[in-house]
Design a protein around this ligand. Structure first.
Ligand code: ASP
Length: 431
């Protein structure tokens, strides 16, 4: 059996066994014990094995990506194309979410009793998340200032992705500007780090069938089905939005911009989608997406190494769609009408915070509170996120699939354009 098939079997086994345990013995102490002492620790080991590779990989692959693009003009072109693609696709995702939530109005169906009960149950957790977001510096001008690290080693040690990315980009620029023979040893070192991380990823992925099964068992065995029923319409709106973006918008992008058959694309990236779904983390999935982009989609190393680390941190289509739907859902629940102007603000804020959110499980939740209060002029309090926290895990898993698929579509697109450019310039220079 190939690895992707084994990983798929892991997914099915985790979901089926977890759901059976949940249905036959809801709230059972033995199941809870197995989840806490076997499934979660086992899943966490797999998660950490992937995460362990991420920061050295971001540093090496981005710096190398920039250095091997060759000249700063080409770097500027690739960077501009990548960033524009990120912003436009993210904005399309929020727009899809807003159309659906305006049409279905899931917030109007939630009874005040359920609302108050959910607020009571989850407001402590909500307040904690909002505080954690504030402690990390909140979201504002300072967020952008902090992208430039005072100490890149500290940024690496703390796992601050954006400052590490900035440093790696600048290192790549410096290597491009240096004399070739002086840059060579550093480039070799980075290549060696990159290759070693590649081998570690392959080893970690051998654990994927088991890791995926354990992670999904933990989620499904303890999932609150009654909560899912209460918030059913809201969950359906988010999931339908995600499906439309994943299979309609991305298929169009893959066909027209990436020049590939969407069916082939989704088949080739299935391991990436399953890894994203089970880990709920774009960062933890980054090593796998770089491998698959190179090996399965034929994206050149320097493009994959440049676009995908940026994408894992900055390009979150699923997150922005989720944020847009959630803000409007909560406004509907609290009886606050959002005008078209305010909804445009929701789009802008969702795009910005999706760029700023960390690619870790529930990374966007601390920022969501800020979007809600700003978009509703303080009429809905940030702690309103309490209403959706109970179903966030399943939504997080699903939106992360979109986040990483979006990164791969971007890599495919940029690779195609660059390939065509070099083909044209080869023809022009030979004539
Ligand atoms: N879990 C998401 C990711 O890593 C971020 C989020 O939406 O919370 O891409």
């Amino acid at each position: 059996m190939t690895l992707p098939s084994k990983v798929f079997v892991g997914l099915v086994v985790g979901v089926v066994v977890g759901s059976i345990a949940n249905a036959l013995a809801p709230g059972d102490r033995t199941v809870a014990w197995i989840v806490e002492n076997v499934a979660k620790p086992g899943g966490k080991i797999f998660f950490n094995m992937l995460f362990m590779v991420v920061y050295p990989l971001i540093l090496a692959s981005l710096a190398l990506g920039v250095a091997s693009l060759g000249d700063l003009g080409r770097l500027g072109r690739v960077a501009a194309r990548t960033l524009i693609y990120f912003v436009v696709s993210t904005a399309i995702a929020v727009a899809i979410g807003l159309v659906l939530v305006n049409a279905v109005k899931p917030g109007h169906g939630l009874s005040p009793e359920t609302r108050d009960e959910l607020m009571r149950t989850y407001s402590g957790e909500a307040a904690q998340k909002i505080e954690a977001g504030k402690a990390a510096g909140g979201f504002g001008v300072q967020t952008f200032v902090n992208i430039v690290p005072r100490n890149p080693v500290a940024a690496l040690a703390q796992g601050d992705a954006l400052p590490v990315i900035f440093f790696a980009l600048m290192l790549g620029v410096a290597l491009t500007l240096m004399r070739k023979e002086r840059a060579e040893p550093m480039i070799r070192l980075l290549e060696a780090i990159n290759d070693a991380m590649g081998i570690l990823i392959d080893l970690a992925m051998k654990l994927a069938p088991y890791g995926v099964a354990l992670l999904l068992f933990s989620v499904t065995a303890q999932f609150g089905m009654s909560l899912l029923q209460k918030l059913g319409l809201y969950v359906v709106v988010v999931l339908v939005g995600l499906l439309v973006h994943q299979f309609v918008v991305f298929s169009i992008a893959v066909r027209t911009l990436g020049g590939m058959s969407p069916f082939d694309f989704f088949r080739r990236i299935r391991t990436v989608m399953i890894t994203a779904f089970s880990t709920s983390s774009s960062n933890a999935t980054l090593p796998t997406s770089i491998r698959i982009a190179e090996q399965e989609l034929g994206v050149p190393r320097q493009i994959a190494g440049f676009v995908l680390p940026l994408g894992a941190t900055m390009n979150m289509n699923g997150t922005s769609l989720f944020e847009g739907v959630t803000v409007l859902f909560l406004a509907q629940v609290f009886g606050v009408e959002l005008s078209l102007g305010h909804q445009v603000i929701v789009i802008v804020l969702s795009v910005l915070t999706a760029i700023g959110a960390a690619g870790v499980p529930s990374g966007s939740i601390p920022l969501l509170g800020m979007v809600i209060t700003t978009a509703t002029n303080g009429k809905v309090d940030a702690t309103a996120i309490a209403l959706v926290l109970g179903v966030d895990r399943i939504l997080d898993m699903s939106r992360t699939v979109l986040n990483v698929t979006g990164d791969l579509t971007a890599a495919l697109y940029v690779a195609r354009v660059e390939r065509e450019r070099s083909a044209t310039s080869a023809v022009t220079s030979s004539t």
